[in-house]
Write a protein that binds this ligand. Structure first.
Ligand code: CTP
Length: 129
């Protein structure tokens, strides 16, 4: 069984997220998602429109996702990868090169982002209304 992992905030869930998760899941048999907590987003200087609980419920309802767990800090990825016996870390290519230091514990793959959609765009549109 090939096990895949990815990370993100997945705020205002959109089709770019869905495509990333679909392609990640197709690379293996099992997909775990490390979901940024609201506290971790504050550390990153980000503020999600939806709270963690809502973002968690949405991800858990997605058929490509087998497990969702909290991402609390930058440093936990290596431990997660070992704990869940992960074969491949998949991230969108806005993170190109950022996680190459984990290549000693699993393969690291960056996928092309879906064009013309982001949580930031949706949030800005909502805030203007
Ligand atoms: N992603 C993607 N295509 C998009 C938007 C996001 O493939 N159009 C991917 C990201 O590369 C990442 C994952 O989905 O691997 C989660 O991204 P996240 O940062 O939560 O979503 P964004 O829409 O990029 O949010 P923001 O605008 O806040 O950066």
């Amino acid at each position: 069984m090939k096990r895949i992992i990815t990370y993100g905030t997945f705020d205002t869930f959109h089709w770019g997220h869905m495509e990333l998760l679909r392609r990640a899941r197709e690379m293996g048999d099992w997909l775990a998602v490390g979901l940024s907590t609201d506290e971790f987003n504050t550390i990153k200087g980000k503020r999600a429109y939806l709270p963690y609980k809502r973002r968690l419920e949405i991800l858990q309802a997605i058929k490509y996702v087998d497990l969702v767990f909290a991402e609390n800090d930058w440093g936990q990825k290596r431990d997660d990868i070992i704990k869940y016996n992960i074969d491949t870390l998949v991230m969108g290519d806005d993170w190109q090169g950022h996680f190459d230091t984990l290549a000693d514990v699993c393969s690291v793959v960056y996928l092309t982002r879906t064009k013309d959609i982001s949580s930031t765009l949706i949030k800005h549109t909502l805030e203007k209304q």
